[in-house]
Design a protein around this ligand. Structure first.
Ligand code: HPA
Ligand code: ZN
Length: 332
């Protein structure tokens, strides 16, 4: 089964590029930028990766970003992930980036997006991995700041496919961002939002009704309200579920208690993703492998999850069909 999981062609739809920043590369970039980290060495840093909730993780994740200064830093971080993705038989990836985490430290929007975009373009040319880019607004900041970010993105719009909503969920409902999401939609962006990771099912409803999202990130807590489940099923709304993230952030106490199988059984359109793999001890294949073992998922379940990953992507129908064809060839 493990070999089957490693080799099956798949797409990744929920990945924060800043969450792929491995300690080894973090120390290397800190050194070349002459920045001191709060930790003496890699072991000490890794020891801090022990989170009891989303906020504890975010504090460390944002601190790690402080060493990213130059375009080359963003390039190297992105390329390291793309090489890993290639090894894991990921044909297509849709990555999020958090511009405000960097612009608030005085790094220009241009520096960030140039580095990320160049890596994505090189990976497509050299590794054959296709990608989409999602610009996420930090929900702990005011809506006004998101409007400013949307404005800064204008010259680079051709490189950005969607906008998203991430960071501290509790106390920052989707409704706080209704106007900026409407503007983003008017400008032609697709839209996604984290909802129902730590936040209540009402946040999922707000993301659907007020933000008019094209996909929900996480959505685990939909199971607490049958009306929300029915609404998601009726809309065939894709959910990007992240098992190891849920375990590490204590959204679930044990992977055996993870809701993924229940979600599949209820007819929800779920996909598996890695979220912040450098912090949650596993990239996409490790997420598939661990959740398969914990929930005793069948080969058919795995095929369905890989199939869903392409169908829920923002690729064109033609591109989706090409990848689905590769999946069929593999499973036949
Ligand atoms: N949840 C919310 N915001 C985030 C995450 C996450 O798992 N990772 C990076 N930003
Ligand atoms: Zn996420």
């Amino acid at each position: 089964m493990e070999e089957f999981i490693k080799e099956i062609p798949k797409a990744e739809l929920h990945l924060h590029i800043e969450g792929t920043f491995e300690p080894e590369l973090m120390f290397e970039i800190a050194s070349r930028n002459d920045i001191d980290l709060d930790y003496k060495n890699i072991e000490e840093l890794k020891k801090a990766y022990n989170f009891s909730n989303l906020q504890e993780f975010l504090d460390i994740y944002y601190a790690g970003c402080n060493v990213l200064i130059n375009e080359a830093d963003f390039y190297d971080m992105t390329m390291a992930y793309l090489k890993k993705a290639k090894e894991q038989n990921i044909l297509h990836t849709e990555i999020m980036f958090d511009p405000q985490t960097h612009t608030d430290r005085g790094i220009s929007f241009e520096t960030v997006i140039n580095g990320i975009h160049k890596a994505l373009a090189d990976a497509e040319a050299k590794l054959g991995i296709t990608s989409k880019l999602i610009m996420s607004f930090l929900r702990h900041l005011p809506e006004k700041a998101a409007f400013e970010t949307l404005e800064q993105a204008k010259p680079f719009k051709k490189w950005i496919d969607a906008v998203g909503l991430d960071s501290s969920e509790l106390g920052h409902p989707p409704s706080k961002f209704e106007r900026v999401f409407q503007k983003a939609k008017e400008e032609g962006y697709l839209v996604v939002a984290h909802a129902g990771e730590e936040g209540p099912p009402e946040y999922i409803t707000e993301a659907l009704e007020l933000l008019q999202v094209d996909r929900i990130d996480h959505g685990n807590r939909s199971l607490e309200d049958i009306n929300v489940v029915n609404n998601l099923v009726e809309r065939k709304m894709a959910l990007t579920v992240c098992p190891l993230s849920n375990l590490k952030l204590q959204v679930v106490k044990d992977l055996k208690k993870h809701p993924l199988k229940k979600m599949l059984d209820k007819g929800l359109f779920v996909t598996i993703n890695s979220d912040d793999p450098a912090y949650f001890s596993g990239y996409l294949n490790e997420n598939y492998i661990e959740i398969q073992k914990a929930l005793d998922l069948s080969k058919e379940n795995i095929i369905q999850l890989a199939d869903n990953s392409f169908k829920a992507s923002f690729l064109s129908e033609t591109e989706k069909n090409k990848m689905l064809e590769k999946l069929k060839e593999f499973t036949n």
